[in-house]
Design a protein around this ligand. Structure first.
Ligand SMILES: NC(=O)c1ccc[n+]([C@@H]2O[C@H](COP(=O)([O-])OP(=O)(O)OC[C@H]3O[C@@H](n4cnc5c(N)ncnc54)[C@H](OP(=O)(O)O)[C@@H]3O)[C@@H](O)[C@H]2O)c1
Length: 295
């Protein structure tokens, strides 16, 4: 069972899992093309709106649940209802599952310059600096609390994985930066340079999901989830610029999110390191998206 199945992260994951598993995908399916692609890959699509929390149409006997849906309407009431209430309904419905993976974000950490965040780091409104994502961090923090409650309430082994910067041929933040650079736009970076994250390739995400499920427990396991290499926006844009022969221009500002560098100790102990080197992953991404631009 995969929620958010039409999204950037879950869509390629569902398609790869459907090769060897019976996969049911949930979303509202606002994007009909995505549904067609998923069904062609063997994913059974079940429409669900997590705002209403009506998940009765989902198979109650799913072995594993991967929760990747996220509501980002920027409306507090709707986003809290979907991201927290919808999650509670989902966990209750799937209480008999062997394991539940809740995808969170490193955007739950309160920015503190170049602090390296372990899982007990301070939480705060990381993304609130972006007016278009003002509900995001707070809703993701609320959702983590709901996931912890659900794990205990339903004795449902759960992993809360705080994802850093996912990317791949299907897109992601580095792909947005490449698009901006090709369009002649400057890339916003925090004034407290460099802006450091842990980009993680879609192949590593797919490889690590079974291990994250294996780490599920009651009470819930919380773990950072990113590429083993720390890389800055300035570095990856510089590399993408070199690949395409364009210039990387930056716009330093305080009106963008600050570095979120993560301590990968627990991740490495539980699920091992990532395997796709960031330059290789980003080259593949650039070649897939702009085959005529990569030199
Ligand atoms: N992308 C990133 O850079 C990033 C970074 C860190 C963590 N994450 C986390 O990774 C997970 C996946 O993110 P993503 O970027 O793949 O998300 P996304 O591309 O925005 O996709 C969101 C998914 O949720 C579904 N959805 C939205 N509202 C819904 C509702 N009311 N009911 C049911 N489904 C709903 C959407 O489908 P419909 O619109 O068709 O319903 C879509 O399938 C999320 O937990 C996110 O917080 C992402």
């Amino acid at each position: 069972m995969i929620t958010g199945v039409t999204g950037q992260v879950a869509r390629p994951l569902a398609i790869s899992l459907a090769r060897d598993n019976d996969v049911v995908g949930a979303a509202r399916f606002t994007d009909g093309t995505a549904r067609q692609e998923l069904e062609a890959a063997g994913v059974r699509c079940v429409p669900v709106d997590l705002v209403a929390g009506d998940v009765a149409g989902l198979p109650g006997d799913a072995d594993f649940v991967l929760h990747f849906a996220v509501a980002k309407t920027n409306d507090w009431e709707i986003d809290l209802a979907a991201n927290s209430g919808g999650l509670a309904a989902l966990m209750e419905h799937h209480r008999e599952a062997a394991a539940f993976l809740h995808c969170s974000t490193t955007g739950v950490y309160r920015p503190e310059g170049h602090r390296v965040f372990a899982e007990d780091g301070p939480l705060g409104d990381n993304h609130g600096v972006w007016p278009f994502l003002r509900t995001y961090s707070i809703c993701k923090i609320a959702a983590e609390a709901t996931a912890r409650w659900g794990a205990q309430r339903f004795a449902l082994p759960t992993t809360i994985a705080r994802l850093s910067v996912p990317y791949g041929d299907g897109g992601g933040w580095p792909a947005i930066h490449l698009h901006m650079m090709l369009s002649g736009s400057a890339v916003p970076v925090h004034t407290d340079a460099p802006s450091v994250y842990h980009p993680i390739h879609q192949d590593d995400i797919a490889a690590m999901v079974p291990r994250l499920l294996g780490a599920a427990s009651v009470p819930a396991t919380t773990v950072n989830w990113g590429g083993s290499e720390a890389v800055s926006i300035e570095e990856w844009c510089g590399y993408l610029a070199g690949l395409t022969g364009i210039e990387a221009r930056f716009e330093p500002t305080v009106h963008t999110i600050d570095s979120v560098q993560i301590d990968t100790t627990r991740m490495h102990a539980l699920i091992g390191p990532t395997t796709v080197p960031w330059r290789e992953g980003m080259r593949r991404m650039a070649e897939a998206r702009y085959p005529d631009k990569v030199r």
